[in-house]
Design a protein around this ligand. Structure first.
Ligand SMILES: [Zn+2]
Length: 422
């Protein structure tokens, strides 16, 4: 069966193209433009814009999270710490066809008691949001989740030496990690100053070991000083934008650009850390109609751990990086529906992040590139992020023209994943 999407404005991942037709067959894009076969099923996209499926380059996810993401046209989530490595996908996601695709770092390189320990409840107890999830699940899903929980919390692997760093990275790779994540977080902006951080020597060893396995390394950093440390040990990308703006920022920006590293700013997270809830979005019927009450409550809350920060500094930091030629990727750091981790929701926050990038000074087209083609290129996901013959048919049709008005991305009419209409 061939599906023909006709009369669409098409943003192909880079730009708006002249063609207005896309043919889909067997999960792939068969052609862009050209004649429509007689027997094709026609979807008239008049008044709409067709986009490649969106990619969130920073999440911590679950089956529910992946399901919500897909509702908002986010067809791929990239987990920066979590269980959905290749082996996790095989055991937990088999047969599910209403969820976004996912890649994962597995567990992150961090010392005992290091980030994200301060965000977790103590003593391995099961947090409230997990208990709520468990009530809704089938017995089989519940047992799988409890097993995953005791695995995550029973062993809680950490690193204290170069040898352990080597072993730890090797374990993530054996589990099918798609890239390696390292933590550089001393806690100040998360209201937990004095968190332990691994030495530069151990971090460098972890990054080199990732490279030996042909994996890219990505660092958690939230300050300019930790960003400097991350670039020094050779990572390919920063999973956050530094939230402060010291006098040394121009040098740091230059250095990040020269290193060729990408930055996933997660402005939505920094905004929440500074104390802003995402209440406008929570009120928007295009959002609220698709979210559970728990996620609406979460959107209406914020981290609020660094109220002295300023979004103007964040906007200036991200624009300085962008103008210096650094690849900026759309990511959110969305995780679980807990108000203390608020201001975020799966799928929704990708749209919010694009809006904040435009607020900072990106053109809408640049914001869309950062949620599609740029991310695919930096993560080697060569089968997606573009509307081109042969690519996965992960597509989003929205009303209006988000290449002019970025918030139109929320006016979702249809989502296709691997050619299947959702
Ligand atoms: Zn994260």
């Amino acid at each position: 069966m061939i599906t023909a999407i006709t009369n669409a404005r098409i943003f192909d991942g880079e730009k708006v193209i002249r063609a207005t037709t896309v043919l889909i067959e067997g999960g792939q894009i068969l052609s862009v433009g050209g004649d429509i076969p007689e027997h094709a099923v026609i979807i008239d996209a008049e008044g709409g814009t067709l986009l490649p499926g969106l990619i969130d380059a920073h999440v911590h996810t679950s089956v529910e999270g992946l399901r919500d993401a897909l509702k908002f046209g986010v067809t791929t989530e990239l987990e920066m710490m979590g269980g959905f490595t290749k082996s996790g996908r095989e055991t937990q996601l088999k047969g599910l066809d209403d969820i976004a695709d996912v890649r994962s770092a597995g567990m992150a390189v961090t010392p005992p008691g290091g980030h994200p320990d301060e965000l977790m409840p103590g003593d391995g107890e099961i947090p409230d949001f997990v208990l709520k999830e468990l009530e809704k699940m089938s017995e089989e899903d519940r047992n799988a989740m409890l097993a995953a929980h005791s695995h995550d919390h029973g062993e809680a692997p950490t690193v204290t030496s170069r040898d352990e760093a080597l072993a730890f990275v090797g374990e993530q790779v054996s589990a099918g990690a798609d890239y390696i994540k390292i933590m550089i977080e001393e806690g100040t902006v998360l209201a937990a100053p004095g968190l332990p951080v691994l030495s530069q020597d151990i971090l460098r060893t972890a990054v080199e070991e990732a490279h030996r396995h042909h994996k890219i390394a990505i660092a958690h950093v939230l300050t300019a000083e930790s960003a400097r440390q991350a670039i020094e040990v050779g990572v390919e990308g920063l999973a956050h934008l530094f939230i402060d703006r010291p006098e040394t920022t121009p040098d740091l920006v230059k250095w990040i650009a020269e290193a060729g590293a990408f930055v996933t700013p997660c402005l939505v997270l920094n905004s929440s850390i500074i104390g802003h809830p995402a209440s406008e979005l929570a009120k928007d019927p295009r959002v609220s109609s698709k979210l559970s009450p728990e996620w609406i409550d979460t959107l209406n809350a914020s981290f609020n751990t660094y109220p002295q920060g300023s979004m103007d500094d964040n906007y200036r930091n991200v624009m300085d990086l962008h103008r210096a030629g650094v690849d900026i990727l759309v990511g959110t750091d969305v995780s679980v529906p807990v108000p203390s981790l608020g201001g975020l929701a799966h799928g929704v926050s990708v749209h919010h992040e694009m809006q904040l990038l435009v607020e900072a000074g990106f053109t809408p087209i640049e914001a869309l590139q950062s949620a599609t083609s740029k991310t695919a290129r930096r993560f080697g996901l060569n089968d997606r992020g573009h509307i081109v013959a042969g690519a996965r048919a992960d597509l989003v049709l929205v009303d209006g023209d988000p290449t002019v008005t970025i918030s139109d991305t929320l006016s979702i009419r249809e989502v296709w994943q691997r050619g299947i209409r959702k």
